[in-house]
Design a protein around this ligand. Structure first.
Ligand SMILES: *[C@@H]1O[C@H](CO)[C@@H](O)[C@H](O)[C@H]1NC(C)=O
Length: 393
Protein backbone atom coordinates (compact mmCIF):
# COMPACT_ATOMS: atom_id res chain seq x y z
CA UNK A 1 0.00 0.00 0.00
CA UNK A 2 -0.46 2.48 -1.54
CA UNK A 3 -0.54 5.34 -3.90
CA UNK A 4 -4.21 5.21 -3.18
CA UNK A 5 -5.37 8.56 -2.10
CA UNK A 6 -1.91 9.86 -2.90
CA UNK A 7 -3.96 11.09 -5.82
CA UNK A 8 -5.05 13.76 -3.39
CA UNK A 9 -1.45 14.85 -2.89
CA UNK A 10 -0.94 14.88 -6.62
CA UNK A 11 -3.96 17.07 -7.00
CA UNK A 12 -2.44 19.36 -4.46
CA UNK A 13 0.68 19.54 -6.57
CA UNK A 14 -1.55 20.15 -9.54
CA UNK A 15 -3.02 23.17 -7.85
CA UNK A 16 0.47 24.62 -7.84
CA UNK A 17 0.89 23.97 -11.53
CA UNK A 18 3.58 21.35 -11.07
CA UNK A 19 4.67 19.08 -13.89
CA UNK A 20 5.31 15.55 -12.82
CA UNK A 21 8.07 13.92 -14.82
CA UNK A 22 7.98 10.18 -14.65
CA UNK A 23 10.59 7.74 -15.82
CA UNK A 24 13.60 8.12 -18.05
CA UNK A 25 11.40 8.03 -21.10
CA UNK A 26 10.26 11.46 -19.91
CA UNK A 27 6.63 10.59 -19.78
CA UNK A 28 5.30 13.96 -18.79
CA UNK A 29 1.92 14.28 -17.20
CA UNK A 30 0.81 17.87 -17.10
CA UNK A 31 -1.63 18.66 -14.33
CA UNK A 32 -4.21 21.29 -15.05
CA UNK A 33 -4.46 24.15 -12.59
CA UNK A 34 -8.02 23.26 -11.69
CA UNK A 35 -7.22 19.94 -9.96
CA UNK A 36 -9.24 17.71 -12.29
CA UNK A 37 -10.56 14.33 -11.27
CA UNK A 38 -8.46 11.23 -11.89
CA UNK A 39 -10.98 10.17 -14.49
CA UNK A 40 -10.82 13.48 -16.34
CA UNK A 41 -7.02 13.48 -16.35
CA UNK A 42 -6.42 9.89 -17.34
CA UNK A 43 -9.68 8.65 -18.81
CA UNK A 44 -11.34 5.56 -17.39
CA UNK A 45 -8.50 3.29 -18.54
CA UNK A 46 -5.64 5.50 -17.37
CA UNK A 47 -2.61 6.57 -19.41
CA UNK A 48 -1.54 4.46 -22.36
CA UNK A 49 0.55 1.53 -21.22
CA UNK A 50 2.82 -0.26 -23.64
CA UNK A 51 3.79 -3.78 -22.68
CA UNK A 52 7.30 -4.53 -23.98
CA UNK A 53 7.11 -7.60 -26.25
CA UNK A 54 7.83 -10.90 -24.51
CA UNK A 55 7.21 -9.51 -21.02
CA UNK A 56 5.67 -11.84 -18.47
CA UNK A 57 5.56 -11.36 -14.76
CA UNK A 58 4.70 -12.96 -11.44
CA UNK A 59 3.21 -10.38 -9.10
CA UNK A 60 4.19 -11.12 -5.50
CA UNK A 61 2.63 -8.00 -3.98
CA UNK A 62 -1.04 -7.75 -4.84
CA UNK A 63 -4.21 -8.15 -2.84
CA UNK A 64 -7.59 -9.81 -2.77
CA UNK A 65 -10.56 -8.39 -0.92
CA UNK A 66 -13.44 -10.85 -0.73
CA UNK A 67 -16.83 -9.20 -0.44
CA UNK A 68 -17.45 -10.71 3.02
CA UNK A 69 -14.16 -9.27 4.27
CA UNK A 70 -14.90 -5.81 2.83
CA UNK A 71 -18.28 -5.95 4.61
CA UNK A 72 -16.67 -6.80 7.95
CA UNK A 73 -14.15 -3.95 7.60
CA UNK A 74 -16.93 -1.56 6.65
CA UNK A 75 -19.07 -2.59 9.60
CA UNK A 76 -16.16 -1.84 11.93
CA UNK A 77 -15.36 1.46 10.22
CA UNK A 78 -11.89 0.19 9.27
CA UNK A 79 -9.77 1.17 6.29
CA UNK A 80 -6.31 0.06 5.22
CA UNK A 81 -3.75 2.45 6.70
CA UNK A 82 -5.76 5.51 5.70
CA UNK A 83 -6.76 4.10 2.32
CA UNK A 84 -10.43 3.35 1.71
CA UNK A 85 -11.13 -0.30 0.86
CA UNK A 86 -11.36 -0.59 -2.94
CA UNK A 87 -13.71 -2.95 -4.74
CA UNK A 88 -12.07 -6.18 -5.93
CA UNK A 89 -13.15 -9.12 -8.05
CA UNK A 90 -11.04 -11.88 -9.61
CA UNK A 91 -12.20 -10.63 -13.01
CA UNK A 92 -11.07 -7.04 -12.44
CA UNK A 93 -7.78 -8.42 -11.15
CA UNK A 94 -7.25 -10.53 -14.26
CA UNK A 95 -8.00 -7.52 -16.44
CA UNK A 96 -5.18 -5.57 -14.74
CA UNK A 97 -2.89 -8.62 -14.97
CA UNK A 98 -3.49 -8.93 -18.69
CA UNK A 99 -2.83 -5.23 -19.18
CA UNK A 100 0.57 -5.23 -17.49
CA UNK A 101 1.64 -8.75 -18.47
CA UNK A 102 1.19 -10.62 -15.20
CA UNK A 103 0.83 -14.36 -15.71
CA UNK A 104 0.35 -15.28 -12.04
CA UNK A 105 -0.59 -13.05 -9.11
CA UNK A 106 0.24 -14.24 -5.60
CA UNK A 107 -2.60 -12.58 -3.73
CA UNK A 108 -2.68 -11.65 -0.05
CA UNK A 109 -4.81 -9.88 2.50
CA UNK A 110 -3.47 -6.40 3.23
CA UNK A 111 -3.48 -4.57 6.55
CA UNK A 112 -5.43 -4.83 8.89
CA UNK A 113 -5.36 -8.61 8.31
CA UNK A 114 -7.54 -11.06 10.24
CA UNK A 115 -7.07 -9.75 13.78
CA UNK A 116 -9.53 -6.89 13.92
CA UNK A 117 -10.06 -4.46 16.78
CA UNK A 118 -12.77 -5.65 19.16
CA UNK A 119 -12.54 -9.28 18.02
CA UNK A 120 -11.49 -12.06 20.35
CA UNK A 121 -8.92 -14.70 19.51
CA UNK A 122 -11.45 -17.16 18.14
CA UNK A 123 -12.99 -14.59 15.81
CA UNK A 124 -9.52 -13.82 14.41
CA UNK A 125 -8.78 -17.50 13.81
CA UNK A 126 -12.14 -18.05 12.14
CA UNK A 127 -11.67 -15.05 9.84
CA UNK A 128 -8.13 -16.16 8.89
CA UNK A 129 -9.47 -19.61 8.01
CA UNK A 130 -12.25 -18.14 5.86
CA UNK A 131 -9.82 -15.85 4.06
CA UNK A 132 -7.41 -18.71 3.38
CA UNK A 133 -10.17 -21.01 2.14
CA UNK A 134 -11.25 -18.19 -0.15
CA UNK A 135 -7.69 -17.63 -1.41
CA UNK A 136 -7.44 -21.34 -2.14
CA UNK A 137 -10.79 -21.33 -3.94
CA UNK A 138 -9.67 -18.49 -6.26
CA UNK A 139 -6.44 -20.37 -6.92
CA UNK A 140 -8.32 -23.46 -8.03
CA UNK A 141 -10.99 -21.59 -10.00
CA UNK A 142 -8.46 -19.71 -12.13
CA UNK A 143 -5.70 -22.30 -12.55
CA UNK A 144 -2.32 -20.70 -13.00
CA UNK A 145 -3.51 -17.12 -12.69
CA UNK A 146 -3.51 -16.95 -8.89
CA UNK A 147 -1.62 -18.32 -5.93
CA UNK A 148 -1.97 -16.93 -2.42
CA UNK A 149 -0.02 -15.95 0.68
CA UNK A 150 -1.85 -17.33 3.71
CA UNK A 151 -3.04 -15.01 6.46
CA UNK A 152 -2.33 -15.85 10.10
CA UNK A 153 -3.37 -14.20 13.35
CA UNK A 154 -0.30 -12.69 15.04
CA UNK A 155 0.16 -11.74 17.83
CA UNK A 156 -1.85 -14.94 18.54
CA UNK A 157 1.14 -17.27 18.09
CA UNK A 158 -0.61 -20.58 18.71
CA UNK A 159 -3.40 -19.77 16.26
CA UNK A 160 -0.84 -18.59 13.73
CA UNK A 161 1.14 -21.82 13.99
CA UNK A 162 -2.00 -23.91 13.43
CA UNK A 163 -3.18 -21.80 10.51
CA UNK A 164 0.27 -21.71 8.86
CA UNK A 165 0.50 -25.51 9.03
CA UNK A 166 -2.99 -25.94 7.60
CA UNK A 167 -2.54 -23.35 4.86
CA UNK A 168 0.91 -24.55 3.78
CA UNK A 169 0.40 -28.30 4.09
CA UNK A 170 -3.23 -28.71 3.12
CA UNK A 171 -4.20 -25.64 1.09
CA UNK A 172 -0.75 -25.49 -0.58
CA UNK A 173 -0.43 -21.74 -0.10
CA UNK A 174 2.64 -20.18 -1.71
CA UNK A 175 3.76 -19.03 1.74
CA UNK A 176 2.43 -16.72 4.43
CA UNK A 177 1.93 -12.98 4.64
CA UNK A 178 3.03 -11.45 7.95
CA UNK A 179 2.41 -7.86 8.93
CA UNK A 180 5.60 -5.98 9.90
CA UNK A 181 4.10 -5.34 13.32
CA UNK A 182 1.07 -6.93 14.96
CA UNK A 183 -0.51 -4.82 17.68
CA UNK A 184 2.86 -3.13 18.17
CA UNK A 185 4.93 -6.33 18.32
CA UNK A 186 7.45 -6.40 15.46
CA UNK A 187 8.57 -9.43 13.49
CA UNK A 188 11.71 -10.64 15.17
CA UNK A 189 10.05 -10.74 18.58
CA UNK A 190 11.07 -13.90 20.48
CA UNK A 191 7.37 -14.45 21.18
CA UNK A 192 6.97 -15.35 17.51
CA UNK A 193 9.72 -17.98 17.55
CA UNK A 194 7.32 -20.99 17.52
CA UNK A 195 5.87 -19.69 14.25
CA UNK A 196 9.34 -19.07 12.81
CA UNK A 197 10.27 -22.65 13.69
CA UNK A 198 7.33 -24.05 11.74
CA UNK A 199 8.10 -21.78 8.78
CA UNK A 200 11.79 -22.66 8.88
CA UNK A 201 11.00 -26.40 8.88
CA UNK A 202 8.94 -25.91 5.74
CA UNK A 203 11.47 -23.63 3.98
CA UNK A 204 8.58 -21.20 3.74
CA UNK A 205 8.49 -17.91 1.90
CA UNK A 206 7.21 -15.04 4.05
CA UNK A 207 5.81 -11.94 2.43
CA UNK A 208 6.24 -9.04 4.88
CA UNK A 209 3.56 -6.39 4.49
CA UNK A 210 3.47 -3.07 6.34
CA UNK A 211 0.85 -2.35 8.95
CA UNK A 212 -0.22 0.82 10.71
CA UNK A 213 2.70 2.08 12.81
CA UNK A 214 2.09 1.62 16.54
CA UNK A 215 2.47 5.30 17.29
CA UNK A 216 0.91 8.61 16.33
CA UNK A 217 0.79 9.78 12.73
CA UNK A 218 2.41 13.10 11.80
CA UNK A 219 -0.05 15.62 13.25
CA UNK A 220 -0.79 19.19 12.34
CA UNK A 221 -2.16 20.81 15.45
CA UNK A 222 -3.29 23.95 13.65
CA UNK A 223 -5.24 22.37 10.83
CA UNK A 224 -6.02 19.28 12.90
CA UNK A 225 -5.02 16.88 10.12
CA UNK A 226 -2.60 13.96 9.89
CA UNK A 227 -0.37 12.64 7.13
CA UNK A 228 -1.95 9.26 6.28
CA UNK A 229 0.24 6.23 6.87
CA UNK A 230 0.43 5.13 3.26
CA UNK A 231 2.40 8.30 2.42
CA UNK A 232 5.56 7.10 4.20
CA UNK A 233 4.86 5.54 7.61
CA UNK A 234 4.35 2.16 5.91
CA UNK A 235 7.92 2.29 4.61
CA UNK A 236 9.22 2.83 8.12
CA UNK A 237 7.12 -0.06 9.41
CA UNK A 238 8.74 -2.50 6.96
CA UNK A 239 12.23 -1.14 7.62
CA UNK A 240 11.72 -1.59 11.38
CA UNK A 241 10.68 -5.23 10.90
CA UNK A 242 13.76 -5.83 8.75
CA UNK A 243 16.06 -4.37 11.43
CA UNK A 244 14.39 -6.34 14.22
CA UNK A 245 14.63 -9.62 12.31
CA UNK A 246 18.40 -9.13 12.23
CA UNK A 247 18.68 -7.63 15.73
CA UNK A 248 16.90 -10.67 17.25
CA UNK A 249 18.85 -12.97 14.93
CA UNK A 250 15.77 -14.53 13.32
CA UNK A 251 17.62 -14.41 10.00
CA UNK A 252 20.55 -16.27 11.60
CA UNK A 253 18.50 -18.77 13.57
CA UNK A 254 15.94 -19.62 10.89
CA UNK A 255 18.00 -19.49 7.70
CA UNK A 256 15.53 -21.51 5.60
CA UNK A 257 12.86 -18.80 5.66
CA UNK A 258 12.95 -16.47 2.67
CA UNK A 259 11.53 -13.03 3.56
CA UNK A 260 10.19 -10.73 0.83
CA UNK A 261 10.00 -7.16 2.09
CA UNK A 262 7.33 -4.92 0.58
CA UNK A 263 8.07 -1.78 -1.40
CA UNK A 264 11.78 -2.38 -1.83
CA UNK A 265 12.18 -3.04 1.89
CA UNK A 266 10.84 0.37 2.86
CA UNK A 267 14.06 2.37 2.77
CA UNK A 268 16.39 -0.49 3.75
CA UNK A 269 18.49 -0.47 0.54
CA UNK A 270 19.06 3.29 0.85
CA UNK A 271 20.01 3.00 4.55
CA UNK A 272 21.67 -0.44 4.35
CA UNK A 273 25.23 0.55 5.27
CA UNK A 274 24.09 2.59 8.23
CA UNK A 275 21.69 -0.13 9.40
CA UNK A 276 24.22 -2.92 8.85
CA UNK A 277 27.00 -1.06 10.63
CA UNK A 278 24.84 -0.13 13.60
CA UNK A 279 23.31 -3.60 13.92
CA UNK A 280 26.68 -5.35 13.78
CA UNK A 281 27.95 -2.99 16.48
CA UNK A 282 24.96 -3.88 18.68
CA UNK A 283 24.97 -7.64 18.06
CA UNK A 284 28.79 -7.84 18.05
CA UNK A 285 28.46 -9.74 14.81
CA UNK A 286 31.04 -9.36 12.06
CA UNK A 287 29.98 -6.38 9.91
CA UNK A 288 30.34 -8.26 6.64
CA UNK A 289 28.16 -11.02 8.02
CA UNK A 290 25.49 -8.53 9.07
CA UNK A 291 25.56 -6.94 5.64
CA UNK A 292 25.14 -10.45 4.25
CA UNK A 293 22.01 -10.91 6.37
CA UNK A 294 20.60 -7.64 5.01
CA UNK A 295 21.34 -8.91 1.52
CA UNK A 296 19.51 -12.16 2.27
CA UNK A 297 16.16 -10.36 2.15
CA UNK A 298 14.10 -10.31 -1.00
CA UNK A 299 12.32 -7.07 -1.89
CA UNK A 300 9.47 -6.31 -4.26
CA UNK A 301 9.15 -3.43 -6.71
CA UNK A 302 5.61 -2.40 -5.71
CA UNK A 303 5.42 1.39 -6.10
CA UNK A 304 9.22 1.43 -5.73
CA UNK A 305 10.51 1.33 -9.27
CA UNK A 306 11.03 5.08 -9.66
CA UNK A 307 14.20 6.56 -11.17
CA UNK A 308 15.30 7.47 -7.64
CA UNK A 309 14.42 4.13 -5.99
CA UNK A 310 15.76 1.61 -8.51
CA UNK A 311 19.42 2.77 -8.38
CA UNK A 312 19.53 2.28 -4.61
CA UNK A 313 17.64 -1.03 -4.67
CA UNK A 314 19.63 -2.57 -7.49
CA UNK A 315 22.92 -1.33 -6.03
CA UNK A 316 22.36 -3.13 -2.72
CA UNK A 317 19.89 -5.99 -3.17
CA UNK A 318 21.22 -9.01 -5.11
CA UNK A 319 19.58 -9.11 -8.53
CA UNK A 320 18.32 -12.61 -7.74
CA UNK A 321 16.34 -11.18 -4.77
CA UNK A 322 14.06 -8.62 -6.45
CA UNK A 323 10.49 -9.55 -7.44
CA UNK A 324 7.76 -7.68 -9.26
CA UNK A 325 4.90 -6.13 -7.28
CA UNK A 326 1.93 -3.99 -8.32
CA UNK A 327 -0.05 -3.38 -5.11
CA UNK A 328 -3.34 -3.78 -6.97
CA UNK A 329 -6.06 -2.84 -6.07
CA UNK A 330 -4.88 -0.48 -3.32
CA UNK A 331 -2.71 1.33 -5.83
CA UNK A 332 -4.97 2.78 -8.52
CA UNK A 333 -4.58 1.32 -11.99
CA UNK A 334 -3.10 4.52 -13.39
CA UNK A 335 -0.45 4.51 -10.66
CA UNK A 336 0.39 0.86 -11.35
CA UNK A 337 0.81 1.62 -15.04
CA UNK A 338 3.18 4.49 -14.26
CA UNK A 339 5.23 2.45 -11.78
CA UNK A 340 5.40 -0.56 -14.11
CA UNK A 341 6.46 1.65 -17.04
CA UNK A 342 9.20 3.06 -14.86
CA UNK A 343 10.61 -0.43 -14.38
CA UNK A 344 10.19 -1.36 -18.05
CA UNK A 345 11.81 1.87 -19.24
CA UNK A 346 14.61 2.04 -16.69
CA UNK A 347 17.84 2.36 -18.65
CA UNK A 348 20.14 1.18 -15.88
CA UNK A 349 19.49 -2.56 -16.32
CA UNK A 350 19.57 -4.97 -19.26
CA UNK A 351 16.30 -6.63 -20.20
CA UNK A 352 17.60 -10.03 -18.97
CA UNK A 353 17.89 -8.59 -15.46
CA UNK A 354 14.40 -7.14 -15.65
CA UNK A 355 13.17 -10.59 -16.63
CA UNK A 356 14.67 -11.92 -13.40
CA UNK A 357 12.72 -9.33 -11.42
CA UNK A 358 9.55 -9.81 -13.44
CA UNK A 359 9.46 -13.59 -13.42
CA UNK A 360 12.39 -15.89 -12.73
CA UNK A 361 13.21 -14.75 -9.19
CA UNK A 362 9.67 -15.27 -7.93
CA UNK A 363 9.33 -18.54 -9.78
CA UNK A 364 12.48 -19.99 -8.23
CA UNK A 365 11.40 -19.08 -4.68
CA UNK A 366 9.26 -22.16 -4.57
CA UNK A 367 10.30 -25.80 -4.40
CA UNK A 368 7.83 -26.46 -7.14
CA UNK A 369 7.55 -23.94 -9.95
CA UNK A 370 4.30 -22.12 -10.55
CA UNK A 371 3.78 -24.08 -13.74
CA UNK A 372 3.65 -27.17 -11.53
CA UNK A 373 0.78 -25.52 -9.65
CA UNK A 374 -0.94 -24.66 -12.87
CA UNK A 375 -1.17 -28.38 -13.64
CA UNK A 376 -2.18 -29.27 -10.10
CA UNK A 377 -4.97 -26.70 -9.91
CA UNK A 378 -6.26 -27.65 -13.33
CA UNK A 379 -6.55 -31.23 -12.15
CA UNK A 380 -8.11 -30.07 -8.88
CA UNK A 381 -10.71 -28.04 -10.76
CA UNK A 382 -11.61 -31.15 -12.76
CA UNK A 383 -11.76 -33.47 -9.72
CA UNK A 384 -11.66 -32.02 -6.20
CA UNK A 385 -8.62 -33.31 -4.31
CA UNK A 386 -9.03 -35.76 -1.46
CA UNK A 387 -6.89 -35.91 1.67
CA UNK A 388 -4.74 -38.64 0.08
CA UNK A 389 -3.93 -37.02 -3.20
CA UNK A 390 -3.18 -33.73 -1.37
CA UNK A 391 -0.10 -35.49 -0.07
CA UNK A 392 1.12 -36.33 -3.54
CA UNK A 393 1.22 -32.71 -4.68
C1 LIG B 1 22.65 -16.09 15.22
O1 LIG B 1 22.32 -17.45 15.19
C2 LIG B 1 23.28 -18.29 14.56
C3 LIG B 1 22.67 -19.69 14.49
O2 LIG B 1 22.29 -20.13 15.76
C4 LIG B 1 24.57 -18.23 15.34
O3 LIG B 1 25.55 -19.01 14.69
C5 LIG B 1 25.04 -16.78 15.41
O4 LIG B 1 26.17 -16.69 16.22
C6 LIG B 1 23.93 -15.90 15.99
N1 LIG B 1 24.35 -14.52 15.90
C7 LIG B 1 24.32 -13.71 16.95
C8 LIG B 1 24.78 -12.33 16.70
O5 LIG B 1 23.91 -14.07 18.05
Amino acid sequence: MALGEGIGAWRHAAAHGVLLVVGLACLVIPFAASAPSEQATYGAAGPAFVLPPGTKRIDTHTHFIPEFYAEILKSKGLDSGGRAIPKWTPESHIELMDTIGVETAIISISTPGARLPGDDMEAGRKLARELNEYGHKVTVEYPGRFQFWATVTLPDVEGSVQEAIYALDTLKAAGVVLLANSEGEYLGSKKFDPLMEVLNERHAVVFVHPNSVPFAKVPDHIEDSMVPEFVMDFLLDTTRACANLIFKNVTGRYPNIRFILSHSGGFMPFAAYRMGGALSFLTKENAMKTMGLLKSFYVDTALSSSPSALPSTTQFVPHSHITFGSDFPFAPTFGIKIATSQLDQYQGLPSETKHLFNYDNANSLFDKSLSHWRTVWKAAAAAPATEENHDEL
